[in-house]
Design a protein around this ligand. Structure first.
Ligand code: NAD
Length: 300
């Protein structure tokens, strides 16, 4: 069984790395926050004092970091500190699961490839619940050989592994999906709110729309109106789930991409503005379905 260096043990990385341990992989752990590294060591990983130390002697590196600048620094280096491309053996498989801008993902991936490494950008969908349950969806970009090599590692942490295309394609596919998700969540919220304002029962209206041409994932699995569905963030005061701040980040990435490719994304731009306004009202750490409150300030 291969040895995996796991870099970035936050809300997502820690449960993902725990699943690797459960599946029998040896894990070498590093996070800038010592407590996070120690939390994984308590589950059986080897605690390391730097990313380079973790990656040295590992067969695979998996990173789960906040943004593009962190991924770039880890692999390409930053100022005086060397990156993994300069320090680890080129037969090490490199997998970045962070959600970052596609341009950085492509640049890091192409540099890695030039130096003889297999590199995969593999952002995830499924949130912290999917990370804990080992049911994440991985959306991969990279060459076929690299993605095939990554599959057994990703399968230990997730259920669906997609190959979207060449370097950076995983990031592109992920932000297309999240842009659409944000638009569906806003549209569902305004339709439900208009129904409620006019005396309709949101449960009945949800059932009608779910079975009609307005049906969509948010109505099926993630209704934003409190009390309509059990066990979704809307019915738990919008705790858990996918934070507004992360949706704002993803919508920023989709708008940057649209600008570069001259793609017309008016719905994505509007959704971004609405989610930013919502975050500014102190909702950044609540689930993104709380956008419903921007349309319906009365209890349904
Ligand atoms: P997080 O902030 O909880 O964790 C990031 C971790 O990376 C932190 O523990 C931080 O200390 C560590 N870190 C930062 N720079 C580092 C470095 N140079 N070396 C080592 N460790 C470093 O974030 P998260 O929620 O775990 O998200 C991670 C990534 O996954 C993000 O790109 C996010 O967009 C994406 N994502 C998150 C979710 C979610 O629901 N949380 C869902 C899908 C995708």
């Amino acid at each position: 069984m291969s040895t995996v260096a796991f870099v970035g043990l936050g809300n997502m990385g820690l449960p993902m790395a725990i699943n690797l341990l459960h599946k029998g992989f040896k894990v070498r752990a590093f996070d800038l926050i010592t407590e996070a590294t120690e939390a994984l060591a308590e589950k059986g990983a080897t605690a390391c004092h730097s990313a380079v130390a973790a990656a040295t002697g590992a067969d695979v590196v998996v990173s789960m970091l906040p943004a593009g600048k962190h991924t770039r620094a880890l692999y390409l280096g930053d100022g005086d500190s060397k990156g993994l491309l300069q320090t680890v053996s080129e037969d090490t498989l490199l997998i970045d699961c962070s959600t970052i801008d596609a341009a950085t993902a492509k640049e890091v991936s192409l540099q890695a490839e030039e130096q003889g490494f297999d590199f995969v950008d593999a952002p995830v969908s499924g949130g912290t619940a999917g990370a804990a349950a080992g049911t994440l969806t991985f959306i991969c970009g990279g060459n076929v050989g690299a993605v095939d090599r990554a599959r057994p590692i990703l399968e230990a942490m997730g259920r669906n592994i997609f190959h979207a295309g060449g370097p950076g394609s995983g990031q592109l596919a992920k932000i297309c999906n999240n842009m659409l998700l944000s638009v569906l969540m806003v549209g569902t919220s305004e339709a439900l709110s208009m129904g409620i304002d006019n005396g309709l029962d949101p449960k009945v209206l949800s059932d009608i729309m779910k079975a009609s041409s307005g049906g969509n994932w948010t109505l099926e699995k993630y209704n934003p109106c409190p009390g309509v569905m059990p066990d979704v963030p809307a019915s738990k005061d919008y705790q858990g789930g996918f934070m507004v701040d992360l949706m704002v980040k993803d919508l920023g990435l989709s708008q940057e991409t649209a600008l570069k490719s001259l793609s017309s994304t008016p719905m994505g731009a509007l959704a971004r503005a609405l989610f930013v306004a919502h975050a500014r009202k102190g909702n950044g750490r609540r689930d993104f379905s709380s956008i419903f409150e921007q349309f319906n300030d009365k209890k349904a």
